[in-house]
Write a protein that binds this ligand. Structure first.
Ligand SMILES: C[S@@+](CC[C@H](N)C(=O)[O-])C[C@H]1O[C@@H](n2cnc3c(N)ncnc32)[C@H](O)[C@@H]1O
Length: 292
C-alpha cells in the first residue's frame, strides 16, 4: 500500500484554505490529493497530473469527486499547456512528490526494483520509446558510462559500463536479475562499505535517463512557478541529491530576482517514526517556497 510521504508537513506548508485551487503534479496513488481535498472544499479544486496511464486509471477509480477533481494523464513538463487547456486558474499551490510510487515498484512489473526479476523497462509512461533495456544493450559505452556517473553518482561507472559491454557482446541483457548479476560480478565485494546494494546507483541512473527526470524537473519547476498565483506555494519532495540540487538552485535563482521567498530554511526530512512505518521516506527532503 502506498503511504504518502511527509503528509503532515505537506499540509502544513501548503496550508490549503477553503476554495483554493491546487495542482498535484505527480498524483501517484492520490495520497496527498485526498488530504488536500478534505481541506479546500466546498469549491476548491485539484488538478492532478500523472504520467503513468495505469496509475491515472487507478486514481480515477479511487477519487470520484468529479466536480472538484480534474485528472490528466500527461507529464508535468506540460503543466502550462494543461492549465491553459483546463482553464485551471488561479493556482494557489503546486506539489511535486518526485520519483516512483510503491505500486510501480511492487506491482507494475516494469523492472524498477533490483530485488525482483522483471523486464528492464523502467518507463513511467509507454508513450516514452526509450527503455532501460535499450540503453544497456544499444547505447554507446561512453554514453552509458556518462549516465551512470552523472545520474547514479556511481564511481565505478567505467567498470560497470565495460562489464555490460562484455556481456552484451554475447547475449542481450533483458532482465533485472541478469543486470544485478553483472553488477555483483563487476563491483568490489565491500561495495560502498556494505551500505548500499550494488545495484542502487545503476538502477537510479537508468530510471532517470529513461524518463528524462532531471530535465523534466527543471522544466516543470519553471512552468509551475510561472502559472502560480502571487502568494501561491510551491512544494517539492525529492529523494536524492540530484533532484534536491535542482530544487535548491531553482529557489536560489528566484530569490536573486526577488520573485520567491523560501519557507523551509533547511529541507524538511522524515521523523524516525515515519521512517519506521515507511522506509521510502528515509531519503525524502521537502522544500517549500512562496511566490512573491
Ligand atoms: C512518489 S509518486 C507520488 C505519490 C503521491 N504523492 C501519493 O501520495 O500517492 C510519484 C509519481 O509521479 C509520477 N511521475 C513521474 N514523473 C512524472 C512526470 N514527468 N509527469 C507526471 N507524473 C510523473 C510517477 O509515475 C509516480 O506515480
Amino acid at each position: 500500500m502506498h503511504i504518502p510521504v511527509l503528509l503532515k508537513e505537506v499540509i502544513e506548508y501548503l496550508n490549503p484554505q477553503p476554495n483554493e485551487n491546487f495542482i498535484d503534479a505527480t498524483i501517484g496513488e492520490g495520497g496527498h490529493t485526498k488530504a488536500i481535498l478534505e481541506k479546500n472544499g466546498p469549491a476548491g479544486k485539484i488538478l492532478g497530473i500523472e504520467a503513468d496511464p495505469i496509475l491515472y486509471q487507478k486514481v480515477k477509480n479511487i477519487i470520484q469527486n468529479t466536480k472538484r477533481f480534474i485528472l490528466v494523464n500527461d507529464s508535468y513538463a506540460n503543466i502550462e499547456k494543461i492549465v491553459r487547456e483546463k482553464q485551471f486558474q488561479p493556482v494557489d499551490g503546486v506539489l511535486f512528490d518526485l520519483g516512483m510510487c510503491s505500486w510501480q515498484i511492487d506491482e507494475s512489473k516494469r523492472g524498477f526494483s533490483y530485488l525482483k526479476d522483471e523486464p528492464l523497462d523502467m518507463r513511467f509512461s509507454p508513450k516514452n520509446i526509450l527503455t532501460a533495456a535499450e540503453i544497456v544493450n544499444f547505447w554507446k559505452i561512453e554514453d552509458l558510462e556518462k549516465i551512470l556517473r552523472n545520474y547514479g553518482e556511481e564511481k565505478y561507472a567505467k567498470r560497470i559500463a565495460l562489464a555490460i559491454k562484455e556481456t552484451r557482446r554475447k547475449k542481450r541483457i533483458v532482465g533485472t536479475q541478469q543486470l544485478v548479476e553483472i553488477l555483483k560480478k563487476a563491483l568490489p565485494k565491500n561495495y560502498d562499505d556494505y551500505r548500499l546494494h550494488p545495484a542502487v546507483r545503476t538502477f537510479q541512473a537508468l530510471r532517470i535517463a529513461v524518463n528524462n527526470e532531471l530535465e523534466n524537473l527543471k522544466i516543470g519547476l519553471t512552468l509551475a512557478f510561472k502559472i502560480l498565483a502571487p502568494q501561491g506555494k510551491i512544494i517539492v519532495i525529492s529523494f536524492h541529491s540530484l533532484e534536491d540540487r535542482i530544487v535548491k538552485n531553482f529557489f536560489r535563482d528566484n530569490i536573486k530576482q526577488n520573485t520567491l521567498k523560501i519557507l523551509t530554511k533547511k529541507p524538511i526530512t522524515s521523523s524516525q517514526e515515519e521512517i519506521k512505518n515507511n522506509i521510502r521516506s528515509h531519503s525524502a527532503k521537502l522544500r517549500a517556497a512562496i511566490k512573491l
